[in-house]
Design a protein. Structure first.
Length: 330
């Protein structure tokens, strides 16, 4: 059975004959600019109003039926949280509304890497952390259908990666995901199917003009060395000399056999430079040279670490384990 079915949907606010369905395991991206009908569609999906023609079924329920509420989780800027609550309080409030055990709050916070900010007020969060919190709230009651309004727009690279990983994991579990986007590249890459909306109607994918051929220019020389500083020394390290990198106190460091050195990059920028050399984002704050890893150690059912050849140890996020397994053919 489809998780979402929409048939010949009309509404005075600007919907004209919308028809589509969403199956379990699908990530469907609805692409369109502001004012092209996504707003009224989202309101109808959440039971805020009725169509003038056509119908919606959410796992067999109409949006107005009480049973529909448990079938859908919604996240977006219009579905806010109290800015004076802490992250933990915000999640715990909605967990109580669903009569969920306290452990569910910890599970969701861990999946979205929010534990480090669990006791911070919502008003102090970055846009990326706030987007993760909204998604966490939508996930709490484990609904089969997720409706996510611009889940990756205006967030940092790290948060976008976490959100992508969680959405992909939900789809792999058989959840259906409907996300709206203005055309964010990450959202388009995440989707298994695209629909385009224009002036309240679904339209064919826009044609992409082929750019005129330009004479090839020689590629600039590639520099693989990483400049790092300690005290007054600036040293150039090759990727193979770096065991791992980490972010701490708003600075980024590389760890080598000569100790720790600061680098003038964000962790995301450093990841882009080092990923071609076998580096892997093991944790939101750690980037590891896989050639230096000796053992993948499980501490608990949901806690992992990577033990290095020199005896060091760094954390491995739970949601990164599946990605590492696939990378290593494990």
């Amino acid at each position: 059975m489809n998780l979402l079915e929409i048939e010949d949907l009309h509404h005075p606010d600007g919907l004209y004959g919308i028809t589509f369905s969403l199956a379990p395991g699908e990530v469907l991206a609805l692409v369109g600019s502001r004012g092209n009908g996504k707003g009224p569609l989202l309101r109808l999906l959440t039971g805020k109003g009725r169509p003038s023609r056509g119908w919606i079924r959410i796992a067999g329920y109409t949006p107005q039926e009480p049973g529909a509420t448990a079938q859908i989780g919604v996240a977006g800027s219009d579905w806010g949280v109290n800015p004076l609550h802490t992250v933990r309080e915000a999640l715990a409030l909605f967990a109580r509304l669903w009569s969920l055990p306290r452990e569910r709050v910890d599970q969701v916070a861990a999946a979205l890497e929010l534990k480090a900010v669990a006791n911070q007020p919502v008003c102090s969060l970055s846009p990326g952390e706030l987007a993760r919190l909204r998604l966490g709230r939508a996930l709490l009651h484990n609904p089969p259908l997720l409706v996510l309004d611009e889940p990756i727009d205006d967030v940092d690279v790290e948060s976008a990666g976490i959100i992508e990983t969680v959405i992909s994991a939900q789809a792999e579990e058989g959840k259906g995901v409907l996300l709206t986007t203005f055309g964010h590249p990450r959202a388009l890459r995440l989707a298994t199917r695209l629909l385009y909306m224009e002036f309240g109607r679904l339209v064919d994918a826009p044609a992409v003009p082929k750019p005129p051929a330009e004479p090839a220019e020689p590629a600039p020389p590639r520099v693989d060395l990483i400049a790092a500083r300690r005290d007054e020394r600036i040293v150039l390290f090759s990727p193979g000399e770096i065991l791992y990198a980490y972010a701490q106190d708003k600075s980024v460091y590389i760890h080598t056999r000569e100790g720790d050195w600061t680098v003038p990059f964000t962790l995301a920028e450093l990841e882009e430079r080092l990923a071609p050399h076998g580096f892997f984002r093991a944790h939101r704050a750690y980037l590891v040279n896989l050639a230096q890893v000796r053992e993948i150690a499980a501490w608990t059912r949901s806690s992992f670490s990577l033990r290095l050849r020199d005896g060091g140890e760094i954390p491995l996020s739970k949601h990164r384990v599946a990605e590492l397994k696939e990378l290593l053919g494990w």
